[in-house]
Ligand binder design. Structure first.
Ligand SMILES: Nc1ccn([C@@H]2O[C@H](COP(=O)(O)OP(=O)(O)OP(=O)(O)O)[C@@H](O)[C@H]2O)c(=O)n1
Ligand SMILES: C[C@](O)(CO)[C@H](O)COP(=O)(O)O
Length: 252
C-alpha cells in the first residue's frame, strides 16, 4: 500500500507496506567554517578529548544499530579530513566532498549525492557535525517515537527561560510567552523524498523542519535534553568536553 502526502510542489507517495522496512541514513553537514568559534581551523576539526570534534559526532552515529550508513558532507576543498584516521568508525562511514555555501545547500547537495542509494521512503537523519554530545538514547528515542509518523520530526527542548524581544537599542520591547516554544536540535528525521523536495523549494532555512513546514507539513517534536548542545562559541567546547567526560556517571 502507498500513501500520498502533500509536500512542496505536489504530493509524494510514501510506501506503507507491512513488509517494507525503511532504512535509516544519517547525513551530517560538516562543511561550515565555524566563524563564531573564531579559530582558524573549522570547529568540526578542533580537538575534543584528543580527537577531532567531528569524530565524536560520527562515532555515535556509526555505532547506532538502527543506522545503515553515515554520510558526512564536507566542503569541496576540505584538506583536513585526510589528515585524520577515521578507520576505527567502520564501513558505515561515507565522506562526500560536496558541501555548499549554506547549511541548507550542504544538506541538499548530500541528498542529491545519495540519490542512487536512498529509496523515497527511507528515513534520513540530518545531524549537525557541531553536536558531538549526541547520545545513543537520543537516537533511539527519535527513531522509536517517529516510527509511526508519516512526516517525521526532530529532537527539541522546551524553552525554560523567560524570553525577551529587544528593540534596536537593546531595551526590552516585549516579553514573549514561552508556552509551546521549543528549541530545535538535530537529528531531524524525514523521509528522503519529502526532505529533498522540501529543500529544493525552500533554501533560506536554518533547519530541515523549517523546509517541511514551508511545504505545509507539521513535523513532530521529540523531547531531548540540553546535553545535545551545538558547539557554536568557544565556551561550548568546554561544556561538550565536560558532558562527554561525565556522561557515564551522570546520564542514562
Ligand atoms: N555551508 C555550511 C554551513 C554549515 N554547515 C554545517 O552545519 C552545521 C551547523 O552549522 P553552524 O553551527 O552554524 O556551523 P558553522 O556554519 O560552521 O558556524 P558559524 O555559523 O559560526 O560560521 C555545522 O555542522 C556545519 O559544519 C555546512 O555543512 N555547510
Ligand atoms: C539545525 C540547528 O542546529 C537547529 O538548532 C540550527 O538551526 C543550526 O543553525 P546555525 O545557525 O546553522 O548554527
Amino acid at each position: 500500500m502507498e500513501k500520498e502526502i502533500a509536500a512542496g510542489k505536489g504530493a509524494v507517495r510514501i510506501r506503507a507496506m507491512q513488509n517494507f522496512h525503511p532504512r535509516h541514513f544519517a547525513l551530517v553537514p560538516a562543511a561550515g567554517s565555524g566563524s563564531r568559534m573564531g579559530s582558524a581551523l573549522p570547529k568540526q576539526y578542533l580537538p575534543l578529548l584528543g580527537r577531532p570534534l567531528l569524530f565524536h559526532t560520527l562515532s555515535v552515529l556509526c555505532q547506532a544499530p538502527d543506522i545503515d550508513k553515515v554520510f558526512v558532507v564536507l566542503s569541496v576543498g576540505d584538506a583536513e579530513w585526510a589528515r585524520h584516521d577515521w578507520s576505527e568508525l567502520g564501513p558505515k562511514l561515507v565522506p562526500m566532498f560536496c558541501g555548499g555555501p549554506s547549511r541548507a545547500d550542504s544538506v541538499l547537495a548530500g541528498l542529491r549525492a545519495i540519490a542512487n542509494e536512498a529509496e523515497q521512503s527511507d528515513w534520513v537523519l540530518v545531524h549537525d557535525a557541531a553536536r558531538p554530545c549526541l547520545a545513543p538514547w537520543h537516537i533511539d528515542k527519535l527513531i522509536r517515537e517517529l516510527a509511526g509518523e508519516e512526516v517525521g520530526g526532530l529532537l527539541a527542548v522546551p524553552v525554560a527561560d523567560t524570553l525577551k524581544r529587544a528593540d534596536s537599542q537593546r531595551h526590552v520591547a516585549a516579553t514573549v510567552p514561552r508556552d509551546s516554544l521549543w528549541q530545535a536540535q538535530t537529528p531531524q528525521m524525514f523521509r528522503y523524498v519529502m526532505l529533498r523536495r522540501a529543500l529544493e523549494s525552500a533554501r533560506e532555512v536554518t533547519d530541515e523542519a523549517s523546509a517541511l513546514e514551508a511545504a505545509g507539513l507539521h513535523p513532530r517534536l521529540v523531547e531531548s535534553d540540553a546535553t545535545n548542545l551545538k558547539v557554536t562559541w568557544p565556551l561550548d567546547l568546554h561544556l561538550a568536553e565536560w558532558i562527554l567526560q561525565n556522561r557515564e556517571e551522570n546520564m542514562e
